[in-house]
Ligand binder design. Structure first.
Ligand SMILES: CN1c2c(nc(N)[nH]c2=O)NC[C@@H]1CNc1ccc(C(=O)N[C@@H](CCC(=O)N[C@@H](CCC(=O)N[C@@H](CCC(=O)O)C(=O)O)C(=O)O)C(=O)O)cc1
Ligand SMILES: N[C@@H](CCS)C(=O)O
Ligand SMILES: [Zn+2]
Length: 756
């Protein structure tokens, strides 16, 4: 008989409570430590996680949640999908894995892209006719056995076969990775067999791709795959996890499949719960009710969660309590925060607190609410305090929003702006610029760490950053760039930096969340009405502008990106929150203009990221996303040139929205896709300045001027010279000067050679 799941979480952070894995990885990559050291750090992190989750009282502990870099890459390696160019390097297993993740001198890495609508990035597997799927890496089995030796029985978690192939890209044109589903399913069968023989009672197959629109053929593929896996004679019980949204018609397919369990996200779309009762096939299955939000940080209303879970009793064979998705997207522990606002802190729940919430609800469901009365009372009080808190509402902000008129988010006609800007800026054709950040050197980061630790005072820190701005301006002048930037040395992060200065946001000291590989972010917490008490950036931009006669571009982060990369309040529509952020940015744009800054860039790299997974929800999102950008960038002189910057995604789905932003110049990631985005923009009649990136900043490689010239000539076929800008794909903060300086010199030379 199938064992019960009880209470569980679908996955867990893995970077380490103090980013131990980040440090171990970076030390290994820099050659400062060996493979054994790295493996030892990883082993300890895994063991601490298993023990911690078991001791917290979870009935079912997820396993195989650790990754040295990315779980999609792990899945590719598990099933032998290692493209030949990496296998041929002749490296050991771990270094081949890192070559796929980061590239080497000889080969670029796999492409990296966003994991659904989150700020986590996965590596895109390449699948082609030559891919031979087979079980080539047994880490999942080994880790199951290691956990068992510690006395913890885990439920190994794997990316499901359908999601894996849907997230992959064909290694050659015209090939559909789904054609390999049957062969991949053979390999999953083998792994399930080995896990069974090792003693695993449950396995979790993650199928978040089911939260997006799926074709009938894809649903048929789902049906066939899960029928095959389910019909395996010797295997663990299968829990298929659907998260990031409602699984739609896929729910019926899974309910009819011969598997034992389904985990549902009941947070993203609470109406998913209503469909459970209407899906009779679930009555003999284990249902993990994902009532605790796995990707936001608000303390749960446990009474409401209990009621939601209890209404499902009877609609499924067994109802368990779970998180809506993996906890990968939240920080480890609120208790690690010593400087958080004392009123806000009890409103929050990070991974450790969410595990406790799940355990509490699991007990309440099993043994009755009385046994967890104290926990319920505490949660009730915290939730009520947040609802009542006066500081969450700022009537000045609300009054200002109420008084806005439609013309407040409109600029004058582009043709007039263009003329005024040409007169003011006098730029050559194919003007050169960068996206904003210059390398965040060790000295810059050390200065910030010293300021935080009180080893230097604010005035010393400020002077060091001003000196850095001077260096960056001098370098750009020397290289001959046309529109300069101050380099953003004073920013810890392009979202957190602003959040730290805005009312309504709280920042964490240790709330790290993995963004990709060893890179992390600390998403700020947007808890209340947003207001800008003081100017935020103009001191830096004005300082930079005083150092040069060339125009300096002011650099701000747009409202959509501020929301996308923060933990956002869930007590009002996102559109309202975005408008509040937009007003704060609008004030900053005006201050920059008043300080003599003639070009302002408002970055919206997350515009595509927040696009709903289901097409029917997209127009409403795009409307508020565009409107908030326009609110932030209107109300200024015609001569002030607004730039925006987009990166980290494919733009096909948001191309109309890019036009609707009404920016004067748009810089956009394009180097790796060889300018394809320009044709898409032409198709919708885009007639503004555009800077398709000619330098892929994701790789340490220095592009030579010939290849950038070739890209520019390709761009000129789609865009006339008087609209084409020359810039890298994105900011340079993750690169080092020895790469950046020659690359920018080559880029500038390429622009000069290409100019008519
Ligand atoms: C553009 N991207 C961003 C996303 N999300 C964001 N919120 N911000 C982004 O920029 N999403 C999409 C992409 C993802 N890309 C990246 C790229 C780079 C990073 C990254 O480099 N992260 C850094 C941490 C950045 C930061 O917060 N720095 C702080 C703290 C630095 C620090 O760790 N200091 C040490 C001491 C340092 C020393 O002594 O040398 C410490 O505190 O222990 C700062 O500069 O002050 C990373 O290292 O992971 C993320 C996403
Ligand atoms: N201005 C930012 C944009 C990154 S998406 C930077 O240059 O880093
Ligand atoms: Zn970017």
């Amino acid at each position: 008989m199938t064992s019960k799941i009880g209470s569980t979480v679908l996955g867990h952070p893995r970077i380490g409570p103090h980013r131990e894995l980040k440090r171990a990885l970076e030390s290994y990559w820099a050659g400062r430590s060996g493979e054994a050291d790295l493996r030892e750090v990883a082993r300890r992190l895994r063991e601490d996680t298993w023990r911690g989750l078991a001791e917290a009282g979870l009935d079912s502990v997820p396993g195989n949640t650790f990754s040295y870099y990315d779980h999609v890459l792990d899945t590719a390696v598990t099933f032998g999908a290692v493209p030949r160019r990496y296998a041929e390097l002749g490296l050991g297993a771990l270094d081949t894995y890192f070559a796929m993740a980061r590239g080497t001198e000889a080969v670029p890495p796999l492409e990296m892209t966003k994991w659904f609508d989150t700020n986590y990035h996965y590596l895109v597997p390449e699948i082609g006719p030559d891919t031979r799927f087979s079980l080539t890496d047994r880490t999942a089995v080994e880790q199951f056995l290691q956990a068992r030796e510690l006395g913890v029985e885990t439920r190994p978690v794997l990316v499901g076969p359908l999601t894996f192939l849907l997230l992959s890209k064909p290694s050659e044109e015209g090939f559909d990775p789904l054609d390999k589903l049957a062969e991949l399913t053979d390999a999953y069968e083998q792994l399930l067999g080995e896990l069974h023989r090792a003693g695993a009672r449950w396995v979790q197959l993650d199928e978040p791709a089911l939260a997006a629109d799926r074709t009938p053929q894809e649903l048929e593929a789902l049906r066939n795959t899960y029928r095959r896996l389910g019909d395996l004679a010797e295997r663990p019980a299968i829990l298929t996890a659907c998260y990031f949204g409602d699984p739609g018609d896929a729910l019926g397919v899974l309910a009819a499949a011969p598997i034992e369990g389904v985990a549902l996200d009941l947070v993203t779309d609470p109406s998913t719960a209503d469909r459970v009762a209407a899906t009779p096939g679930l009555r003999d299955k284990s249902l993990v009710a994902g009532v605790i939000d796995g990707r936001n940080i608000w303390r749960a209303d446990l009474d409401r969660c209990m009621t939601a879970a209890a209404t499902l009793l009877g609609s499924a064979g067994e109802v368990s309590i779970g998180t809506s998705c993996s906890l990968l997207h939240v920080p480890y522990d609120v208790e690690a925060e010593t400087n958080l606002d004392p009123q806000v802190k009890p409103w929050l729940s990070f991974a450790a607190q969410k595990v406790r919430e799940v355990v509490t609800l699991g007990r309440a469901l099993r043994e009755g609410r009385e046994v967890v009365e104290t926990e319920l009372i505490e949660a009730r009080a915290a939730v009520a305090d947040r609802v009542r808190a006066e500081r969450v509402r700022d009537n000045r902000v609300r009054a200002r929003l109420d008084s806005l008129r439609p013309q407040d988010s409109r600029r004058t006609h582009y043709a007039k702006r263009r003329e005024a800007q040409q007169k003011s800026l006098r730029l050559p054709p194919l003007p050169t610029t960068t996206i904003g950040s210059f390398p965040q050197t060790t000295d810059v980061r050390k200065a910030r760490a010293a300021l935080r630790a009180g080893r230097i005072d604010a005035a010393t820190y400020r002077q060091r950053m001003r000196d850095e701005v001077e260096r960056v301006i001098a370098l750009q002048e020397d290289i001959g760039l046309d529109v300069l930037v101050h380099g953003e040395p004073e920013r810890n992060d392009m979202v957190q930096y602003f959040a730290e200065q805005l009312d309504g946001f709280a920042a964490t000291d240790n709330g790290w969340v993995q963004s990709y590989g060893s890179r992390c972010v600390r998403p700020p917490i947007l808890f209340g009405d947003v207001r800008r008490p003081d100017p935020m950036t103009f001191e830096w931009a004005a300082h930079a502008q005083r150092l040069t006669d060339k125009p300096v571009k002011g650099m701000l982060t747009g409202p959509v990106t501020m929301l996308a990369w923060s933990f956002v309040r869930d007590d009002q529509p996102q559109a309202d929150t975005a408008r509040q952020v937009a007003l704060a940015i609008r004030d900053e744009v005006r201050d920059l203009e008043a300080a003599g800054i003639r070009v302002v860039q408002v970055d919206e790299p997350a515009l595509r990221e927040l696009l709903p997974l289901r097409a029917e929800q997209r127009p409403a999102y795009l409307e508020w996303a565009v409107e908030s950008f326009r609110l932030a960038t209107s109300g200024i002189a015609e001569a002030t040139q607004i730039h925006t910057h987009l990166c980290y995604s494919e733009f096909g789905d948001v191309i109309d929205a890019i036009v609707a932003l009404d920016a004067d110049v748009t810089s956009i990631e394009a180097a790796r896709s060889r300018m394809e985005v320009l044709a898409d923009l032409n198709e919708v009649g885009f007639d503004r300045g555009v800077g398709p990136g000619v330098y892929d900043i994701h790789s340490p490689r220095v592009p030579d001027e010939e290849e950038m010239e070739e890209l520019l000539r390709a761009a000129l076929k789609a865009v006339p010279a008087d609209r084409l800008w020359v810039n890298p794909d994105c900011g340079l903060k993750t690169r080092d000067y020895p790469q950046v300086e020659p690359a920018l010199r080559n880029m500038t030379d390429a622009a000069h050679r290409t100019r008519p």
